[in-house]
Design a protein. Sequence first.
Lengths: 274, 551
Amino acid sequence: MNVTPGVFELGRAVPVGSSVAVQVGDRVASDTVIAIGHLDRRVLRLPPGDNFELLKKPGDPIKKGETLAVMEELLGLGLRELVSPCDGLIESVNPRRTGIVVTGSDREIRALVPGLIQALGPSEIRLSVTGHRLQGFFGFGQPASGELWMAGELYTASEVKRRLGPAVEGQVVLADSFVLPEVLPVLGRYRAAGLICGGLDFGPLWDLISPAGPFPAGRGLPTLVVLGGFGPCRIGSEDRDILGRAEGKRVYVAGPTAGRLVFAGPPHPEVVVA
Amino acid sequence: MAQREGLALLVGSTVTTVFTVRDGQPTLPGATVRTSGRIPAPADLLPALRTLGRPEASAQDFTSIVVAAGTPSVTIDGRSSLNPQAIRVTASALLEAGGALAGPLPSDTVAVDLFIHELARQAPDALVLTQPIAGDKLRLVARFLGGKSAGDCLHVVYNGPAGYRHKALENLAGCALSSIPSAITAGKPTTGPTLQALRDLVTSHLGGRLAAAGYAGRPFASMGAAAARTALRLAGPDGPSLCFLVVEPAEATAFLPFGNGVDAASAGVVGAGTVDLIAAGRSRPAGAGAEGWLPTWTSLLRRLPLDTEPIDVANLAGTGLVRPWAAADSEDSALVNAAMTEEILARLAAKWTGAVRRETNPARARVIVGTGYGLSRLGSVRLAASALVGGLEPAGVTVVAVDPWGASLLGATPEVVATCLSPLQVEHDWMRARTDPWAIVTLERGNDRVSLRRLLPGQVSVIPLGAGERGRLTIEPCLPKLDFGAGPGRVWRGEVRGGTIGLVLDGRGRPCRPPEDPVLRMAKQREFLAAFGVLEPAHRRMAVAGKEVSS
């Protein structure tokens, strides 16, 4: 696998229009806030016709799971609720009342990796980072960071429940070798930040992340970085040494492009040990 | 066409190839480097230049450049329920000009918010409107473009009916609006203005990218334009119908000369090809079908002569997608990559009539020429030819040529690999034992050498005819309904050229439905690949008195 040691540049995407909280030359830690803004913007489709009641108006703040509209079903015999998928506010309801645009609430965007601010762009902040950058074979998901949990051999979802459990919240799990893709939704339920593994089977993974699957493009799953390949592969010895020295420390993991599947980079999925 | 002496550069989407040009022709083999998603700078080509013995060469030595990477991505808008012809014509013109399809847009009136959301997600370099937009949609587009700066401006090309203006878009800094005559006039397609506008867009975009990469002032063409030109050159003015295919690891584009122009369409397994633009469900992101982008693993397995599990096929297919620049490192891997190519081509052929026109279809072309790294990485022209035949399932007498290096895009003539014989629209019932022959095939070569073969249903065999040889072929159908291109029951006569393989007598039927029985299916796939010289013929062995005897 491709390893870049020393000093390298890392780009952190920030939403267009967000307020940047750092300047060029600033030294930042993993949890330093570099910008404040929102990336989430979702369109909820309303059914055609007027057989629903909107409970919110543009500008109203909303919470995840809060009811936004109530719809009649079965000729008025039943009711269906449209609930908010995220915290935020109602940006607009289109004039034909066929869709609601929901924006996520502003949140703090952190550096996730210690470094020196090199450049500020409208949609990206570039950092100079000292450490090791491991280029993954395949991966997806948002940039995330967390303490590295060396899980050794971790094959099945039941092993995740038995050996890791809720304590894995916010951590990046390292599985030495082959992992069954069923592990990912369980790690997602425990709110793990990411999974680094040697290999996994592409067939069942595709069932999860295909456009028709339950987690399209890996949305809703922890960030995944596969270092070895598809099938029963192990992490290479050089990668294993670098990650072994980082046990218990914060590492950075990121898919190639958040929200989209990229099979062949660049960009590539990556793990950064700073 | 390349100049007389110098170097030629072919920048594919996954691999870049450098050729030495002698007497105006690229010489083989070329030398390759990875493209890595952008046009490689001259310094990046040093390993390839060293291989060619020209390490001192500079950008000025490149006399011809053909580029697929870095072409502008274009989103096409229009309601397929109202004016599918405009979308078809625009999509074909886009490929012929050399642009890349960013994706389809949901154009239902109930989904204007989704429209903007999807437009922002696709982030195209240009938006082509095949119909006027107004009302909420226009206001939302104007608001979206109003947030863009002049440096990040979107080219919006209005290509719909005359008499409409989009005043809300005219004075926006983030929008460069232009209007061109509609691609459909009085119900008839007139591609000229659309093609010219898209060519101008691609040329200016690519010119900037090439200049930024260090090739300022060098003659260049987009891959699409070069492929369309090559298709016209190879077909000739009165030649047989020809299909020129550019096959990349996850996408294939076909160019078919028709009339004075070229029909083009693309299909892929990752994201959308232009054949998906008219398909149902286009309002879903990237036009995903019910099963997602990729074929099912069992359908891939049905194309393979491997006794393996679908999960292993999935891993090999996934590896082929993640590392498209890598040549196959094992026989299994090459066969899976070939099966993936077949799936892409089958998708292209199946959706062609709906997405382009009924009169042309890659599967009905008399000459099929394939190029691109999707074929090159298979490692053998024989396997590449078998993938072309397996994917398109041509019927009649079809010449198959493969150019693994892409030199035909720079003026070279591709190598004929095989001539495939199969009757039109006759399915084979695998449950029946060997039946009467479908046809008697006679090949007369010089020196009174005559080969006589039966084309048996369910079997694939070969009559060798070497490269450069010519022969007179006669196909006599044994049943009145069988048609080899001369009409039902009529004798087909013509001259054929030899190639690496020769004549392949394909008795699997059209459409080819592999046997349900897995053992028979594997045996038949092996027989098909053995006919192409990819695999050794399977010998049935019997143990007789402690000895193994081949039968």
